[in-house]
Design a protein around this ligand. Structure first.
Ligand code: EPU
Length: 350
């Protein structure tokens, strides 16, 4: 186990923000975690677990020990008439894993193609896109408690998945009194891919692709290709234009609140939820406030999707985390003033 010092984090966050880790350790397997925790100094030190860095805003140098998860490996561990169960190391790149599963004959993740980040970050966020969320394809995960060194396994119920939410985003001292934020390091994730495979085609963008191509019964590979094309057309590639995907969650309101907004803004994009609440498209709200394409300092609002904040300064003069957060706060204020809705950021602000 080698602890590196003063490590540049620009290559490790998809916004491309410049910051340094005072100390960083790379974890390739469970033995590396055991070695880290066997050291009394590092055992006691505050830690920040880093995966692909695709959902963080760095607002300064990181003082806690950065634990960079690089655990690899993918394997089919069970095959039954009802499902394939595939186990993947937390440090594997998400998109490569989606492709690997398709190539191996275990479809089911194709709607979530091209989401940036690593497999270990996926359950933290309960990532989702085009009608499928991680929780729909999840079996269980292994993790290590960084306080005690104990290894444990959680099933879906124990992960307490919600919309872009899980037990890993809440601290034990929070209002619910439970949570594993800052405490659990996810080492491996097991996916349950139901058999026979069924396509998920309910999203408007996919319906359009079916109409355009005349293909009403696409294969998993065809859906994968469509999703890649849809995302590439409307979301910036973080390698070219730094970003962290959607910057805010889509807010939910009561039907009464929604009716009130519709009376003033009949075009508002809204979706009824199973629990009776109404989800609003945050991108539409931000767009309606005139933010699309706007820039503050080196941080900007992407011109094709107002929900995505981007780093306009490139690698040479990148936006600072402070600039990104100043822009985010200005957007929150104008959406609140116009619609009375508080937008909640999706990325973790470090
Ligand atoms: N819209 C606008 N203006 C905009 C942006 C969006 O009017 O600038 C409208 C669109 O026309 C559309 C609606 O808002 O009617 C929703 O937009 P979109 O279909 O792009 O989806 P989204 O709600 O903005 C969510 C996820 C994405 C995911 C897509 C597809 C969240 C916060 N975001 O975006 O996830 O890819 O649905 O499933 O839930 C991510 O989390 O990083 C992410 C990219």
């Amino acid at each position: 186990m080698i602890v590196e010092h003063n490590v540049p984090l620009q290559p490790h966050n998809s916004f491309g923000i410049v910051a340094r880790a005072q100390h960083l350790v790379r974890i390739a397997d469970e033995a590396d975690i055991a070695a880290l925790l066997a050291d009394a100094h590092w055992h006691a030190a505050p830690k920040f677990v880093l995966g692909g860095g695709s959902n963080i805003v760095l607002t300064g140098d990181v003082k806690p020990l950065v634990v960079k998860v690089e655990i690899k490996g993918r394997r089919l561990i069970e095959e039954s008439p009802r499902a394939w169960i595939v186990e993947v190391g937390a440090g594997e790149v998400w998109h490569d894993t989606v492709r690997w599963m398709l190539d191996g004959g275990y479809p089911g993740l194709e709607n979530m193609a091209l989401i940036p980040g690593t497999v270990g970050g996926a359950p933290v966020q309960n990532i989702g896109a085009y009608g499928v969320e991680l929780q729909d394809r999840f079996e269980s995960l292994d993790a290590v408690d960084l306080d005690t060194g104990r290894q444990f396994t959680l099933d879906a119920a124990q992960c307490a998945f919600g919309y872009r939410d899980s037990v890993f985003k809440h601290s034990a001292s929070g209002p619910n009194g439970f949570g594993l934020a800052g405490r659990a390091l996810i080492t491996r994730v097991r996916f349950r891919l139901p058999r026979p495979w069924k396509p998920v085609l309910g999203y408007l963008d996919l319906e359009r692709k079916m109409a355009e191509t005349g293909n009403q019964a696409p294969s998993a590979q065809q859906i994968f290709d469509w999703i890649c094309a849809i995302r590439t057309a409307k979301l910036p590639d973080w390698r070219v234009l730094g970003n962290a995907g959607s910057f805010f969650k889509n807010p939910t309101v009561t039907p009464e609140q929604c009716a009130d907004i519709i009376a003033r803004d009949p075009k508002i994009v809204h979706y009824p939820m199973d629990d009776g609440s109404i989800k609003l498209a945050a991108g539409w709200l931000i767009d309606a406030c005139g933010w699309k394409g706007k820039t503050m300092g080196n941080a900007g609002v992407y011109e094709k999707q107002a929900l995505v904040l981007v780093n306009r300064g490139g690698k040479a003069h990148p936006a600072t985390g402070g600039e990104v957060m100043t822009l985010a706060k200005a957007i929150q204020t104008s959406v609140y003033e116009r619609f009375g809705i508080r937008l909640e950021p999706e990325p973790v602000v470090v």
